[in-house]
Design a protein around this ligand. Sequence first.
Ligand code: IMP
Ligand code: MG
Length: 209
Amino acid sequence: MHADPTDTAVAGLRLLVGPAQLHDRVNELAAELRGVYSDADRPVLVSVLKGATLFLADLVRCAGIDCEVEFMSISSYGSPQANSGTVRIEQDLSTDIAGRHVLVVEDIIDTGLTLNYLMRVLRAREPASLRVCTLLDKDVRRIVDLPIDHVGFSIPDVFVIGYGLDYAEEYRHVDAIFVADDLDALAADPACYAEILCCGGTGSLPTAL
Ligand code: IMP
Ligand code: MG
């Protein structure tokens, strides 16, 4: 499914995916997963901290699959905009995934460098199967060719915040996904949209929430 920003703009902010659309799509992805894992013995859902946590929580509740949930924490070097692909595991899985059915749950795939590294690490541990489910896919930005099994929304080359996705740890709790067009304004003040999105400010965008 393609998601395109609405024309409604408040100071460089546009709604991309509203709560109802998020809810509907998560339900559809959950149904896909029920089909894939109906005969699998307790799949392990591996989520990368912190962005995918909201998506993961909604997905496991909708899917209703008997599964395990695991987290990894990864740090990449350099700025996110100039992702070098050099990644280090800060927090590893707490279980052995050899012979298990593993599903990586991601918030967003951009260049694909982070996921490419993660897939190599997980594949080396010899799971029975290894699939990927991402909420958002910026496929136009991809520099590593990776098969993605389940995609919530294919999005253009824009910077998004909300529903787990942050800028400098702001906006994760926002219950919708917004495009932040003015990255200079965000860099100067990471909380510059907080009043509009989080505190019932006077902008017109929250009517969509
Ligand atoms: P990749 O290695 O380039 O695919 O980067 C993926 C990671 O970059 C994601 O897990 C996010 O943490 C971050 N990222 C990429 N695009 C965005 C965005 O538009 N908003 C917030 N974080 C992003
Ligand atoms: Mg992430």
